[in-house]
Design a protein around this ligand. Structure first.
Ligand code: BV8
Ligand code: ZN
Length: 244
């Protein structure tokens, strides 16, 4: 089917929907210049995210992990939300019931103005104390390595969910509720390989939602969704808001 008619179907589904949920991944920030994880630009000093974003890596070499996060913080600090982030803010404004689930830790959805959002993998601008557990915003650029807690002196870590760590319970509850009540789920810019987020499309589908995917390429979810729109998020997402 020509993309035009697929776009039209998704537009109509969105305009008729009482409840909309959006799930985003690194692909939505790619158009802001933030490297994706599994794309060609996803490496740092030949390390993969899976090598560094783990509790074991942090335990073994907290300096290396903090160096990586400092590199990403400095890179992300120069990036702005793009038209896809802004279109999602507009969708939130228009919808009687809306929730955004993002896997991204770059904070660009909040920068764009999204309020009803779960950052299920955490946020690169937050730190958590490994001793007393306090979570604080920290925009130091760079963060002094190794950073210590002002309250108890213990080592600070990024407030980010690493591989092998479970997601925050309240986020999981919020996601389950949003996925089970939505009439439409939009899945934007995710390769659909990291769980539990990779299972979210089928949760919504089983609950009866219309599911549309926006991605440059086909993904493991493409066979499951109702419509798969291929293209750049910054081009396609704003088109979904045009009048049906
Ligand atoms: C969990 C924070 C329960 C880090 C991230 C063995 C042991 C332990 C666990 C596991 C295991 N085997 C499997 C698991 C589960 C594991 C997992 O899924 N592993 C994968 C690799 C197989 N998951 C977990 O560990 C999760 N926790 O399961 O808890 C548990 C607990 C204990 C033991 C067992 C289970 C925690 C996962 C969270 C990991 N943290 N991020 C950091 O960022 O510093 S994940 C990381 O990947 C990012 O958050 C990222 O968002 C996420 C997903 O990647 P994507 O967003 O999809 O990005 P990607 O680059 O892959 O794809 C980009 C897409 O965009 C592509 O499709 C591309 O085509 C598209 N695109 C590009 N440009 C554009 C575009 N689309 C549109 N427009 C464009 N312009
Ligand atoms: Zn502390």
């Amino acid at each position: 089917m020509a993309p035009g008619s697929d776009l039209g179907i998704v537009r109509r589904q969105l305009s008729a929907a009482r409840s909309i949920t959006v799930l985003t991944g690194a692909g939505i920030s790619a158009d802001s210049g933030v490297p994706t994880f599994r794309g060609t630009d996803g490496l740092w000093k030949n390390f993969r995210a899976e090598d560094l974003a783990t509790p074991k890596a942090f335990e073994r070499d907290p300096r290396l992990v903090w160096e990586w996060y400092n590199w990403r913080r400095e890179l992300i600090a120069t990036k702005q939300p793009n038209p896809a982030h802004k279109a999602i803010v507009e969708l939130e404004r228009r919808s009687p019931d809306f929730w955004l689930i993002t896997q991204n830790v770059d904070g660009l959805h909040r920068d764009a103005g999204s309020q009803k959002v779960s950052e299920i993998h955490g946020n690169i601008w937050k730190v958590r104390c490994t001793g007393c557990g306090v979570v604080e915003n920290n925009r130091d650029m760079p963060i002094a390595i190794l950073p210590s807690c002002a309250h108890c002196g213990s080592l600070l870590r990024p407030h980010i969910v690493w591989f092998g760590e479970s997601l925050f319970a309240d986020d999981l509850d919020c996601c389950a509720s949003a996925l089970n009540r939505c009439d439409v789920l939009l899945v934007i810019g995710t390769s659909g390989v990291v769980y539990p987020a990779a299972g979210f499309a089928s949760v919504a589908k089983e609950a009866g939602a219309f599911v549309a995917e926006i991605n440059l390429d086909p993904t493991p979810q493409s066979a499951l969704v109702d419509i798969s729109l291929q293209g750049r998020a910054k081009d396609l997402v704003p088109l979904l808001l045009e009048p049906v």
